[in-house]
Design a protein. Structure first.
Length: 223
């Protein structure tokens, strides 16, 4: 059932269109035709266009002159760059935590997110799994009070969320992140920050080939 949006609410439309991109309803490289979106959401072209511009700023949408907007189609090199940046930023978060005198509250918060991740996987809820995974890593940045790092990570997670969703939808039960999050929590509890940082990198390196495979499949389907 199509969602009817009040006119002149581009941020609402941004989230609605973003949801369609993330869950694969609109696939990589697929055109975003303004007229079709107007009909879907029952609004005028101006807020639709503004919403698409906002999505362009986040990297999810690309504007091609004389061809209009379409869902960003990444190269494998671009995906590798995004995930390597994620690995380094997450590891940096962990190293920042080493400066905190008490990591107990953070460890408890991470344990809660770990349980949410496990529960979402058991229910087969890809979106819930991705959201909990994102919050697991953002929690460390927030705990240190590093606002620029938190903002940068948030924007990066927004950009790669459709990539993670493709993999989660294909084989959620095969993703091994609970073993990593549990080990990261244990390492932080022992104040072994080097091990915790190394675990964040190792998970990204392990999941990256699967991300690339899932994205390759989705791109071929869209074509």
């Amino acid at each position: 059932m199509d969602v009817k949006a009040p006119a002149t609410i581009p941020y609402f439309l941004q989230e609605q269109i973003r949801g369609l991109i993330v869950d694969g309803t609109i696939r990589p490289g697929q055109p975003l035709r303004e007229q079709e979106l107007e009909q879907r959401f029952g609004t005028s072209r101006s807020p639709i266009r503004e919403a698409l511009r906002l999505l362009e700023l986040s990297g999810l949408v690309t504007h091609i002159q004389r061809k209009g907007f379409r869902v960003t189609l990444y190269t494998e090199t671009q995906i590798r760059h995004l995930y390597m940046l994620r690995a380094e930023l997450e590891a940096y978060c962990i190293r920042q935590v080493a400066e905190m005198p008490d990591v107990g509250p953070l460890v408890a918060e991470l344990a809660g997110f770990h349980e949410t991740i496990v529960a979402a996987m058991a229910r087969g809820e890809a979106r819930g799994f991705i959201a909990a995974t994102r919050e697991f890593y953002l929690a460390a940045a927030r705990y240190t009070g590093n606002a620029p790092l938190t903002s940068m990570l948030s924007k990066l997670y927004e950009q790669i969320e459709p990539l993670g969703y493709l993999l989660a939808r294909r084989s959620l039960e095969a993703i091994k992140i609970p073993a990593y999050t549990e080990s990261i929590i244990q390492a932080l509890g022992n104040r072994d920050f080097d091990q915790a940082a190394d675990l964040t990198r190792r998970y990204v390196m392990e999941v990256l080939p699967e991300i690339l495979g899932a994205y390759r499949e989705a791109s071929l389907e869209a074509a």
